[in-house]
Structure formats: structure tokens, C-alpha cells
Design a protein around this ligand. Structure first.
Ligand code: FAD
Length: 401
């Protein structure tokens, strides 16, 4: 049996290695368009490669995929993050979890993953051909005909792992096979907030903010990071992922509401403040920081509510208190534009899952043709979920069922 894996990224290597392990007598070849292998793996997670996430329940894990949740939930029954951890560990690469669940190689270097994949392909005798972009795929009886470097080659099985494309035209060669393509748009980006003083707080992180997109049900609670151009951090990145298509349609021009204290119930927050006032009548506002707000944030919120920091708590009038509570639990910002999140970005969209047998990853249009990785209309939030989708789909495709 001759199998070809198209691509030289995470999904392709995982597919090639596992195919050879499942079918030791088969010939496995990997074709990569460029002269480089595993480029994204090397830069991933800021050079540390966030391989997967330690989240324990399959149900919660699957919820981290705005596209592909339902299908992945089933696939995780066969190959999930625990399998990933064992897969790497059994090959000498220990993965270590950080407090937020992200898992990295113990070395903290992406190079470790790169080296492992390269040594595994060598050990298994997988052939790698660089500068070999596939231009077309055709079915020829039971076999598949690939056009590469001006030649036409026949294979028994083909696994396509060519990654996402920011443009629809990038999928033209697949479209001709009868597969529907979901329009690609960016996911995982940060919000630009022009003309606002908030960016003066750059570098400040608020652990439990609630960020919501006005006029939608999209809402997320988590850590919010102020940057010199706007807002980032897990709370924002998750929203960018779940709202990616809608925000693209809105041309990245929308309003967000923020609860800085992680509670959006106005009356509840007001009661909390009334207790603070009773306990600190004579003390100055800047000396008592509610919700353990960082000093710079508290000072900013008072300024934004047009209240003097020097004022004693007991002299806070009813109108001022309402304004302060409003700022703290329902602050509004205009977002205009987005910025690429350098540590991880992915494309939402790609090959529609409708045309794929989601038990085997085989094309419903062409027999013996399989898909894995970011080329599919599957993407996750930040935290190791995108690589996990690549490992899972590649492992299942490598069974060639
Ligand atoms: C900067 C950055 C950091 C990231 N960090 C993380 C992280 O820490 N954790 C995480 O989970 N996710 C991360 N991601 C996302 C993750 O890298 C991707 O989801 C993952 O790499 C997808 O793997 P893939 O193999 O499907 O595609 P890719 O990695 O894009 O690989 C596709 C390969 O196919 C080749 N190719 C394309 N067309 C052809 C063709 N016609 N013929 C032959 N070869 C072709 C390409 O040249 C490429 O080498 C990051 C992404 C970026 C951009």
C-alpha cells in the first residue's frame, strides 16, 4: 500500500507517523510545498509549543471549539488529550501542565517537538519530499492521482493536511473535488480600541473581568489584558474565536461592555459598595481599593467616573455612586479593528464537515482521500486546542478506515 500525506505541518507529521505505525508494511511519503517543515510548530506558543490542554472532561474540552464541537466530541472518544500526553511521553517527551491548563514540553522548547517528529519519521523510514506542492488530485479507479512537480503519481491512500488558508482561492484545488468550503476568516485576535485612555494602563491584567459584545449573546469571563493598542487576554481571545464570523461581517467595528469586577448585576455591586462606604466613611477613596483592583485600574475607574480620588468614601453622593457602579460593572468601549495574536492564530472556515465521514475522516466524494488538521472547518480557542484537533483528526485519518 502506498500512502501519501500532503503537507509538512503538525497534522501531516502526526498522520504520517501513525499511518506507518498502523501499517508497517506500507510505503508512506510526505510532500511539503515549501523548503521548510513544521514552521508553525516551531513558532507556536511563543516558541514553546502549547501541545494540548489538561482539561479532564471530554465535554468541557469539546466546548472549546466554536467550529467542530459536536464532531470532535465523538472523535475524542478515540483520541483525546490524554492519548496525546501518552503518545508524546512514550516517545520520550514529557508534557507539563501550567496552572491555566496549557501543556508544553518539559523543555519549554518547540524544537523538542520538531526533533521528535523528525527522528520518528527517520526511524520509521517515512520519505519526505520538500518543494513538492500538490497542484491537483484526481480519482483514478480505486487509486488517487496527484500532480506534483510536473509529474502524475498514483497512490492507494491520500491524507490531505495542507492547513488553513486566509483566502477562499487557497481552497480552489479542493473545491474541484466537490467539497464545500466555508469562507475562511481569522480567529483568535485581539481588539483595537482607538482614542481611549485605557491603553495608558498597558500591561495591566484584570483576572476576572466579564467582556461581552453589545447586541449579541457573546460573553466571556476571564483574564483581560490591557495592551498599548487595546485589549487582549483569554477573555478577549475567546470572544474573538466564538464571534469570528460575525465580527468579520461587522468589519471589526463594534462595542463591548466590560464588568471589571466579574459581576454584572448593578444592584449587587451597588450593595457591595454601600457596605464599603459604611465601613470606611472617613477614609479616602484611593486608599480603599474595592474588589482588590490594581492601584492603576482603581485610579482610572474613578477618573472615568469623574470622581476625585481624594474624596472620603462617606461623601460619595448617590449620583456619583451610581456612576461608579455603572463604570465598574458595565463600562463600554468602541472596538475598531483587530490585531493578530502573535502567540497563536488560526483560520475559522475551511473544508465543510458535511462532506467528510467524521468517523474516519474520509471524503464523502472521493474514496481513499482523507483530511486532517486546520484545512477542516474546525478551530478552537487558545490553549492547545488547535494542536489537539490536529492530533485527533490526523490519528483517526491514519487508520485509513
Ligand atoms: C504563530 C502561531 C502560533 C500557534 N501556537 C499554537 C499553540 O501553541 N497551540 C495550538 O494548539 N495551536 C497553535 N497554533 C495553531 C496551530 O499551529 C495550527 O492549528 C496547526 O499548526 C495546524 O496544523 P496543520 O498541519 O493542519 O497546518 P499547518 O501547520 O499550516 O501545515 C500545513 C503545511 O502544508 C503545506 N502545504 C500547503 N499546501 C500544500 C500543497 N498544496 N502541497 C504540499 N504542501 C502544502 C504548508 O506549506 C504547511 O507546511 C498557532 C498558530 C500560529 C500561526
Amino acid at each position: 500500500m502506498k500512502t501519501v500525506v500532503i503537507g509538512g505541518g503538525a497534522a501531516a507529521f502526526f498522520a504520517a507517523i501513525n499511518t506507518k505505525e498502523h501499517f508497517p508494511n506500507s510505503e508512506v511519503v510526505l510532500f511539503e510545498k515549501t523548503s521548510k517543515l513544521l514552521s508553525k510548530v516551531l513558532v507556536s506558543g511563543g516558541g514553546r509549543c502549547n501541545v494540548t490542554n489538561s482539561e479532564t472532561s471530554i465535554s468541557s474540552f469539546s466546548k472549546c471549539y466554536p467550529r467542530g464541537e459536536k464532531q470532535l466530541k465523538k472523535l475524542f472518544g478515540t483520541f483525546n488529550n490524554h492519548h496525546t500526553i501518552k503518545w508524546f511521553e512514550s516517545r520520550g517527551v514529557e508534557l507539563v501542565a501550567e496552572q491555566d491548563g496549557r501543556m508544553f514540553p518539559k523543555s519549554n522548547r518547540s524544537q523538542t517537538i520538531y526533533d521528535l517528529f523528525l527522528s520518528e519519521t527517520e526511524r520509521l523510514g517515512i520519505k519526505i519530499q520538500l518543494k513538492s506542492g500538490i497542484n491537483s488530485i484526481k480519482q483514478e479507479g480505486e487509486k488517487i492521482n496527484l500532480e506534483v512537480n510536473g509529474q502524475n503519481l498514483l497512490f492507494d491512500k491520500v491524507i490531505v493536511c495542507t492547513g488553513g488558508s486566509p483566502k477562499l482561492e487557497g481552497f480552489n484545488w479542493i473545491k474541484t473535488l466537490g467539497h464545500k468550503i466555508e469562507n475562511p476568516v481569522p480567529s483568535l485576535f485581539t481588539f483595537n480600541i482607538p482614542n481611549e485612555n485605557i491603553t495608558k494602563l498597558m500591561g495591566l491584567s484584570v483576572p476576572n473581568a466579564i467582556v461581552s459584545i453589545q447586541g449579541t449573546k457573546l460573553k466571556n469571563k476571564g483574564s483581560l489584558l490591557i495592551t498599548h493598542w487595546g485589549m487582549s487576554g483569554p477573555a478577549v481571545l475567546k470572544l474573538s474565536s466564538f464571534g469570528s464570523r460575525m465580527l468579520s461581517d461587522q468589519k471589526y467595528d463594534f462595542n463591548i461592555n466590560i464588568s471589571w469586577c466579574g459581576e454584572s448585576n448593578f444592584e449587587g455591586v451597588k450593595e457591595y459598595f454601600q457596605d464599603v462606604i459604611r465601613a470606611n466613611t472617613k477614609k479616602k477613596l484611593f486608599n480603599i481599593r474595592p474588589f482588590n483592583f490594581p492601584k492603576r485600574l482603581w485610579s482610572y475607574l474613578l477618573q472615568r467616573s469623574e470622581i476625585l480620588e481624594e474624596k472620603p468614601w462617606g461623601e460619595l453622593g448617590k449620583k456619583q455612586l451610581n456612576k461608579l457602579v455603572q463604570t465598574i460593572c458595565n463600562d463600554t468601549y468602541w472596538v475598531k479593528g483587530k490585531t493578530t495574536f502573535k502567540e497563536e492564530f488560526v483560520t475559522c472556515g475551511g473544508i465543510s464537515l458535511e462532506g467528510i465521514n467524521m468517523k474516519t475522516m474520509e471524503s464523502k466524494h472521493i474514496k481513499n482521500l482523507y483530511f486532517a488538521g486546520e484545512i477542516l472547518d474546525i478551530d478552537g480557542v487558545t490553549g492547545g486546542f488547535n494542536f489537539q484537533a490536529a492530533w485527533t483528526t490526523a490519528f483517526i485519518a491514519s487508520k485509513l478506515n
